[in-house]
Every structure is written in C-alpha cells, then in structure tokens.
Design a protein around this ligand. Structure first.
Ligand SMILES: [Zn+2]
Length: 486
C-alpha cells in the first residue's frame, strides 16, 4: 500500500503444479475454486469457496486456520485510524462482515470456530499428514461496508481486495495475523485460483488472473483463472473505460473513469513493468491490471492488480503511486513476506524500487538523489517532532503493525527508513554487485515467502559480503541519521 504521508518524500508529502511453496518442497500448491455472485442492491457477495489444502508442514494436522480480512469492517474493528475516518467513510458509518452458512471438510459438515477478534476461522479436520490434502468447502455471505477501502462499496466502484478467507501460512503452527487500521496485515502462500463471478449487466470487471470466458444473459458470468498468485482480488464498476498495451508477453490494462490523462497513466504503468523486468527479473504473469478506483489511501497492491486512488492531487503523485504499487508485484506479489510482522521487507524495498524507477526514467522529472535527500530530511523532521512531543522514538524496523504507536511512526520507520537503508546499502558496494543482490533475491524467493532473515542472508550470499552488521544496525534502530545528514 502507499500512504500519502506528510513526511515522505515526493508526497512530501494446471492445478497441482509441482513447485516448492511451503515448508516442504514438491508439495502441490493449494487450490481455491470459487463461485461468487454479486448483488448490487444489497452490496453483498454470496460465495462458495472450495479449498484444496495440502499439508506442506512436517507435522500431521487436525485443523486449518484461515484469515478473515472481511471482518475488519465490523462495528468493533478499526479498519482505519481516526485521521482517515472521514475520507474512508465519507457517507457516514457503515459496517461489513462475513457470515458462514456452512463449513464442510471432505464433504462432511465440520466444526468451526471464529476467534474473538473475528480475524481467524479455525476449521476442524480429520488428522491429515504431510503431503496429504483436505477439501474445505465454505459457503458464506460477504456484506460490503460503504467505504473507500480495498474491500468496500464506493461511489464509482466495488472493491473486492482480500475478500476471500485465505488459509494462514503454516510455520510451526498457523500464523494468525491480527487486523490493523494501517498497513497490510496479509501473509499467504502462492496458490492457484479458479473463480466464477456473476454480476449485473453493465459492469466492467478488473481482476487478478486471466478472464478465460465471459457470458452475458440476465447477468454476466466471467470465469477467471489465476496461477501462482497469493490472493485473488477484483473490482467492478459501471464507469470503467479500458486502455491496453503490452510489455513483452504481459498485457497491461488501465481501468479508469474521469481521467483526461489516461493514456499517460497507461504509459507510466508500461514503463514501470518494463523497468522492473530489467532491474529484478521478468514479471511472470500474462496480465497486469492498473485500476483507478474509490480508495482512501494512495494505492493498494493485489496480485496482478493494483488499485490507484481516484482522488490523488496531481500527476506527480499519480505516477509515484502507480510505480510504487507496480513494484509491489515483485515485492509482495511474487516474493512474499509477512506484511503484518515485518512490513519493511516489502514496503521498504518497494519504496526504494520506486526511486530506482525514477532514476532510470528521468522523463518523469523526479531525481533519485533528490528523493533520497528529501526522504532523509523528512525523516529527520519527523524524528525531531516525534521526540519533542513524545520524548522518545523506537526506530527498530522489524515489528508487527500493532507494535507501532502511531501511523506516522509506522510509515516513517517502514517506508522511509526502509528506503534509506537500501540506498545506503547500495552505496557500500559496486553497482554490479548491488544489481545482482536484487536479481538473486527475486530469483531465490520467486513464488515463495521471504522474511527479514532470508532477505539478509540472500543479500550476503549474492554480494559475498557479511552484511549482518549493516542490517543489524539499521533494523535494530542503531543507525543515527544525524551522522549522515550534513
Ligand atoms: Zn506499498
């Protein structure tokens, strides 16, 4: 996600593919087969979600945990901070949730439990062993809140980001993330998706994956296939126009309404895909959808799809957000990480990647050095004010979202400090070596999940340099910026 932070720089503002995807190599990918029916009048989605879940752990399992992001819009959850309340809920209070009509395992009604915070669904199963699978069948109704968020009914579009119950990553137990009013609390495994979406005539669909068929009768039925992705999202709007072009084998579609510069925004998207292909490694999908939509923050990354807020203030900001979200296709989409536990792993690298884009594409008028200088000054300014007000600032970077006291603290530590860290690292080695670090990291964790430790290990290995002290100083909050700011 890209927040428009006042302290940040520019803003100053085939199922069963045998790919290693979990703890054990050569365990098939999980498959999600979904039939979803959208009812506009009630703003609900009725879904049947069948999940073929493979036990990729080294243990036998008797239950499976799933993350229920849709419940972060209930009355008791806090989907945004106070600062964003009016922007997100511009039509007043509104709530959404997910309710289960039936839960089955291998065709039999199963016991299940929803956690107190409503974030985790635990489904009881028969004991199943490493390499074995269970078929979890969830029938549910998802009520959208009227909110300009990644999941919500907006004025121009309906956003279905992170709407599916997703099996939690298993790492010596299921990793059960909490909700957070800022950041992206997501962590999932690369999976395959077969999705059939039924929606009223007149809507245009933008989604993860490739639409393989669309039939129009009393309603429209689109069948979508998405392979090797870690979630499935879509956006529906009656107002979308679409511009398309290709970068290599990938088709880039720009979905928009009310945009005089649509062609230019498609061009930014093409340039971003092309630049990151060269810098990190090829985008491994056939489609990338860049979608202008109702959204209260700058933008949001989903697999094969990025949301760009429709109220961004100027061209510079629009370009920056498009580039940032497309960089996430590499750092989040292909190379995953726990975005709740260690957001800098994707956000820091994504913010840095955006600066690299502008270094390689000078026609956008943003200078890499100026971005870094402004970021450093912005960070120092934030630091001074924060310490003046609160008396302290914890600058450690590897913390979960709920361990940040405030949203500005989260944004500055994760995005800005993260970006500066990669810039300083770049300065410590030859350009060739640094470029290899990025490419090797992408290759090593393509379709897998990374972590702070794995990123550090990968960069050490590629550069043949012991960088542990460097990362330890930055991640542990030991680097004092005044040393560098003259
Ligand atoms: Zn982001």
């Amino acid at each position: 996600m890209k927040k428009l932070c006042v302290f940040a720089v520019v803003l100053l503002s085939l199922p069963f593919v045998l790919v290693g995807c979990g703890k054990e190599e050569n365990v098939p990918l999980n498959c999600y087969s979904v039939e979803a029916v959208f009812d506009e009048e009630s703003a609900t989605l009725t879904c049947d979600e069948k999940i073929t879940y493979f036990n990729s752990s080294a243990n036998s399992l008797k239950e499976v945990c799933l993350f229920l992001y849709a419940n972060s819009f209930t009355e008791t959850s806090k989907s945004v901070t106070k600062a964003y309340l009016d922007k997100a809920y511009k039509w007043g209070e509104s709530y959404g949730n997910i309710t289960f009509d039936s839960v089955k395992v291998n065709g039999t009604v199963a016991d299940f439990e929803i956690s107190e915070n409503q974030n985790i669904l635990t489904v009881q199963t028969e004991e199943f062993f490493p390499g074995e699978s269970v078929l979890i069948d969830l029938h549910f109704t998802l009520q959208l809140a009227k909110v300009r968020h990644r999941l919500g009914a907006g004025e121009h579009a309906y956003n279905f980001g992170n709407f599916l119950p997703m099996v939690c990553v298993y790492d010596n137990g299921f990793v059960t993330n909490d909700f957070s009013p800022y950041g992206d609390p997501f962590y999932s495994e690369i999976s395959n998706f077969d999705v059939r979406i039924t929606y009223p005539v007149g809507f245009v669909l933008a989604s993860t994956g490739k639409v393989v068929s669309t039939q129009e009768g009393e309603a429209v039925v689109s069948v979508v296939k998405a392979k090797n992705v870690r979630d499935f999202a879509f956006v529906l709007s009656r107002e979308f126009s679409v511009l398309s072009d290709k970068v290599g084998q990938a088709t880039v579609n720009y979905f928009y309404y009310d945009d005089e510069n649509a062609q230019a925004h498609l061009k930014t998207s093409l340039d971003a895909l092309s630049t990151f292909n060269q810098l990190f490694g090829e985008y491994p999908y056939e489609v990338l959808n860049v979608v202008k939509t109702d959204f209260c923050f700058g933008g949001m990354e989903e697999p094969n799809l990025v949301m760009i807020a429709d109220d961004l203030p100027d061209e510079e900001t629009i370009n920056y957000v498009i580039v940032h979200e497309i960089a996430h296709q590499w750092w989040y989409g292909v190379v995953g990480n726990n975005q709740f536990d260690a957001a800098w792993v994707d956000e820091g690298l994504t913010e840095f990647s955006s600066a690299l884009f502008f270094e390689k594409n000078k026609q956008y008028g943003l200078d890499y050095q100026i971005i870094m200088q402004n970021s450093l000054e912005g960070y120092l300014h934030f630091r001074k004010i924060y310490i003046d007000i609160t008396g302290k600032l914890d600058e450690t970077m590897t913390r979960n979202l709920n361990q940040f006291d405030t949203e500005p603290e989260y944004v500055n530590i994760t995005y800005t400090r993260g970006m500066l860290m990669f810039d300083f690292l770049r300065q410590t080695m030859s350009e060739r070596k640094f470029a290899a670090c990025l490419k090797d990291y992408y290759k090593a964790y393509k379709f897998k999940n990374s972590s702070p430790e794995k990123l550090v290990e990968s960069f050490c290995k590629s550069s043949r340099t012991n960088l542990e002290g460097f990362f330890d100083a930055w991640l542990g909050g030991k680097v004092v910026f005044e040393n560098f700011s003259s």
